[in-house]
Each structure stands twice: as structure tokens, then as C-alpha cells.
Ligand binder design. Structure first.
Ligand SMILES: [Zn+2]
Ligand SMILES: [Zn+2]
Length: 307
């Protein structure tokens, strides 16, 4: 291939594209003859399989839902995983049918959050072989966040407050728990409730039957597919998004002459120069249910983001 960069695609002019300035296409690598292993190609070393239920915000007999390990720019970013070590194309009919049901339920649960217009559902699987689907909440009215660049904006926008993040996770977990399984995400500590009350609830949740996860059995009955029992959204007031300055992801900050476009209304507007601080340094939050240390999905840790 010639040394000339490929021409820029039309989408760099779209209002939803997060960057402006002097852009050019990277040199295109030759294909490798053998792809590197993914996490979980050796099931005995699979991060998802070895993660305890407490690392998730909601669990059931055959499915688990987790969050990232800290707040990000979107109201909610959740990951649906099968409990069994299978990839999408490996799912037997029972799990394939349940994946449809779980996808619809989780979409509804996330969309029930205040201020969420739409939920983007993605599956990539380039980093890990254990089935995992991404659910990204797109804030209402933020037209600049529409479409396929949403996952980039999630890392560009200032993180939502930890309080709001925990509240959203707890609401989604509670919604799913109304239908099946066990919610594990705790609501944030709220001033107008006695901490003792919350503590009691938390303890009750944690001490609740610690039934062993059941391995996939083909003979198992499918879970209910009835739609009529879906609950309505619990009404909660959303907190304002914390208007911190946007932080450029390091890999983008390293690029020349690239800056973040003016942000959508409601978010801090602009970064004139690439910020050097990383999100990891910028945020220190307590461990939470839904957190999984050492995951290939720690998007600050390397190049496996959004795979
Ligand atoms: Zn696995
Ligand atoms: Zn992945």
C-alpha cells in the first residue's frame, strides 16, 4: 500500500463525530496470519467464569449483568453475560431464546432511567470469548450523542456523579429483580434515610439465599417469556450531570492537533488542548458491586476498549 494516508471518511464531518482539527487516517497494518488469543479462549483462565456473583449488579440462574468499575460519561453502561462459558454462536436454543428476552428486559430497564432516550446494544467479542453484550444509555435530547460514536463520547464526557451512578445501577438491578434473579447493586447512601435502615436492607440482600450457581442444563425449563408482567419504571429524579471539564482519553490525547468538539448541552463545553491527566487518576471511587478487578474491560488499561 502506498504511504499516502487513506482519504478521510465522510463521517468526520458528521455532527456526532467527537473530534475536529487536523485528522488523518492511520497507516493500515497488514493482516496477521494468526490472531492472538482472546481472554477465555482457555476457559480455565476466563475472567467472566471466575468472577463471583458479587461482582455483578444482578444475577440469575443463567445470566449476569455487570457495570464498569466506575462512573463514566453516560447514565449507564451495562454488560450482559451468560453464566455459561459460551460465545454468541455457541448458544443452544434455550439460551438463544433467553438472550432475546434478557436483551429486551435490560433495554427496558436502562431506558426506564430518568433522562435516557435510547439504549444502544452492541456485541463485539474481539477481546473476550465469553459472551458479553454492551448496553449504553444515550441521554435524552443529546442529539450529538446519537449513533455509533456513543461509546467514544462515554469516555470523553465527564463522569456522572458516583451517587447518580450507584442509583442508576440499583434501579436497573431492582427492575430486573422484579422479573427474575437477584439484584445485588446497592442504592447510594441517601441523607434522608437512616443509614441503619439501608444497612439492614443491604445485609438482608447479601445474606439472602446463597444458592450455588446452577450450571447450564439443556433440560432446564425456559424462563417465562411473558411480557405482561414487565414492571413500570420507578420514578426517580435524576441528578444533574457533574459539570467537570471533559478529559480526553489518553490514546486520543496523544494524537496530534485533535481536540474535543463543543459538548452537548448540559455538559461542560470544550477542551482546547488535550488534557494529560487520565481518568484513572481523576477518579477515586469505592469498590462496588458490579466491579471486576483485572477485567479486560477496564477501558483505561489498554487497547481492548469496546471490544
Ligand atoms: Zn467464561
Ligand atoms: Zn468485550
Amino acid at each position: 500500500m502506498s504511504d499516502e494516508p487513506l482519504p478521510l471518511p465522510g463521517f468526520v464531518t458528521w455532527p456526532t463525530f467527537p473530534f475536529e482539527g487536523d485528522l488523518r487516517v492511520k497507516p493500515f497494518d497488514a493482516p496477521v496470519p494468526l490472531e492472538p488469543p482472546r481472554d477465555g479462549d482457555d476457559p480455565s483462565e476466563c475472567h467472566a467464569c471466575s468472577a463471583p456473583d458479587e461482582a455483578y449488579i444482578w444475577v440469575s440462574e443463567r445470566w449476569r449483568v455487570r457495570s464498569l468499575d466506575r462512573p463514566t460519561g453516560l447514565p449507564a453502561v451495562l454488560i450482559l453475560e451468560s453464566r455459561s462459558h459460551l460465545d454468541l454462536g455457541d448458544l443452544p436454543n434455550l439460551l438463544a431464546a433467553e438472550l432475546g428476552v434478557m436483551t429486551v428486559r435490560l433495554e427496558r430497564a436502562v431506558r426506564s432511567l430518568d433522562g435516557v432516550a435510547r439504549v444502544h446494544v452492541n456485541r463485539w467479542g474481539d477481546d473476550a470469548s465469553h459472551l458479553h453484550l454492551w448496553f449504553l444509555a444515550r441521554p435524552y435530547g443529546q442529539l450529538q450523542l446519537r449513533g455509533s460514536f456513543l461509546s467514544m463520547w462515554d469516555e470523553i464526557l465527564p463522569p456522572i456523579s458516583e451517587h447518580q451512578w450507584r442509583e442508576n445501577l440499583a434501579l436497573v438491578a431492582a427492575w430486573l429483580g422484579e422479573l427474575d434473579g437477584r439484584p445485588l447493586a446497592e442504592p447510594p447512601q441517601i441523607d434522608w434515610k437512616a443509614p441503619a435502615t439501608l444497612g439492614a436492607v443491604t445485609s438482608a440482600l447479601l445474606l439472602e439465599e446463597s444458592a450455588e450457581p446452577t450450571e447450564l442444563e439443556e433440560s432446564a425449563e425456559p424462563t417465562e417469556l411473558e411480557e405482561s408482567a414487565e414492571p413500570t419504571a420507578p420514578a426517580e429524579d435524576a441528578e444533574a450531570v457533574t459539570p467537570d471539564a471533559p478529559v480526553l482519553p489518553e490514546e486520543f490525547a496523544a494524537a496530534r492537533d485533535v481536540r474535543v468538539l463543543p459538548g452537548p448541552t448540559g455538559f461542560a463545553p470544550i477542551v482546547e488542548e488535550p488534557a494529560q491527566k487520565s481518568r484513572q487518576g481523576a477518579n477515586t471511587v469505592r469498590p462496588v458491586p458490579g466491579q471486576r478487578e483485572g477485567s479486560t474491560h477496564d477501558r483505561d488499561s489498554g487497547a481492548t476498549a469496546w471490544a
